[in-house]
Design a binder for this molecule. Structure first.
Ligand code: DAH
Length: 357
């Protein structure tokens, strides 16, 4: 009689359980280690064998039926929960679309993509390196002698000294990735290296963070003629003109010998700058034949290997190509500026259909 009442009570409670947590509470209450049914099982050992014959099966039956009722209720509750979730996540696909707010690609990103597309066509691959560099990669391996004024020339951002007195730097150029590439890979190498660079400098034409693309070619036969041909081809493709008059002017970089800056002819028409022709020269990039010391520092034998390198400022190239007047606006995060000077995300630059349209 007592068992019948208990079963009735538990069964009613199970069907009334309104969520899975309540049901689990009931399961523990009935069938858990210290649950009401389990407690009753414990007295089985203390009753007479006669009584045990009837009480045993009765308790086992109760246990099974309550267990089944809980399992059945659980499925009902799970289904209901899923239905409720599906109802809240329902999307009416017959509704008209709302106008999509499109993002714009920043001119720096666009120009990096353009540069990558041009060099990819010439068989270059992309490499990248860390923004935080050590002295070895940023200076020493690139043949900057210790305490050489060229180190100061870069207005370096230094981190605090470490215990061994060394200091990490924010890389002042993308050239350290040349070193990483030559030390980690076997020539022939033909890579460009886009990235952020940092110098403690801020005025109308300088920002503390700016962007460069580095280039590196290493094999056994590449010479200065290849350097000139590659870079002339590059500027014509980049400015999307048939030909550009260029001039290679001797210069000094510790990591190249000989070194040259490349200038392009341009003319100013009112506010507009036309690249390729005219009477004035404008400096576009630095370049040179990789210095034997740099090759040696990377474990390459300069009697066997040679090649050229170059580096260019991406922000300035973007200003020149797209007539953007002030560098500092690049980093002002002004949505109206980006709407005006930015690019359609779906217009991926490529040299087949034209870099820009
Ligand atoms: N690292 C130089 C700079 O930031 C640019 C440069 C010049 C890179 C000549 C080169 C190079 O690889 O050959 O001013």
């Amino acid at each position: 009689m007592e068992l019948d009442e208990l079963e009735k009570d538990l069964t009613e409670k199970v069907s009334a359980a309104s969520d899975e947590a309540a049901l689990e509470g009931l399961r523990v209450h009935a069938l858990g280690k210290k649950g009401v049914i389990s407690e009753k099982m414990k007295v089985l050992g203390k009753v007479s064998p006669e009584e045990r014959k009837t009480l045993g099966p009765a308790l086992n039956g109760l246990k099974t039926r309550i267990g089944d009722a809980i399992a059945a209720r659980k499925i009902v509750l799970e289904d209901a929960a899923l239905e409720a979730r599906l109802a809240t996540e329902k999307v009416d696909i017959t509704l008209p679309v709302r106008p999509v707010q499109k993002g714009r690609i920043h001119p720096v990103t666009q120009v990096m993509e353009e540069i990558a597309a041009i060099f990819a066509d010439m068989g270059f691959e992309i490499r990248e390196g860390p923004d935080i560099e050590d002295d070895f990669h940023n200076f020493t391996a690139l043949n900057f002698p210790p305490d050489h004024p060229a180190r100061e020339m870069h207005d370096t951002f230094f981190f605090n000294e470490k215990e061994d007195n060394s200091r990490m730097v924010l890389r002042t150029h993308t050239s350290p990735v040349q070193i990483r590439t030559m030390m980690n890979e076997k020539p022939p190498l033909r890579v460009i290296i886009p990235g952020r660079t940092y110098r403690c400098d801020s005025d109308q034409t300088h920002t503390p963070m700016f962007h460069q693309v580095e280039g590196l070619v290493i094999d056994k036969t590449t010479h200065m003629g290849h350097l000139k041909g590659t870079l002339k081809e590059f500027v014509a493709a980049f400015f999307e003109v048939d030909s550009v008059e260029t001039r290679f002017r001797p210069h000094f970089f510790p990591f190249t010998e000989p070194s040259a800056e490349m200038d392009v002819k341009y003319e100013r028409m009112g506010n507009e700058i036309r690249i390729g022709q005219g009477d004035d020269w404008m400096e576009i990039l630095g370049s040179g034949m990789v210095h034997p010391n740099v090759l040696r520092n990377c474990g390459l034998d300069p009697d066997e290997y040679q090649g050229f390198a170059f580096g260019m400022g991406v922000d300035r190239l973007a200003m020149l190509k797209y007539g953007i007047p002030d560098l500092r606006d690049f980093f002002a995060a002004d949505a109206r500026w980006l709407e005006h000077y930015g690019f359609d995300p779906l217009d991926q630059p490529n040299t087949a259909t034209g870099l820009s349209r």
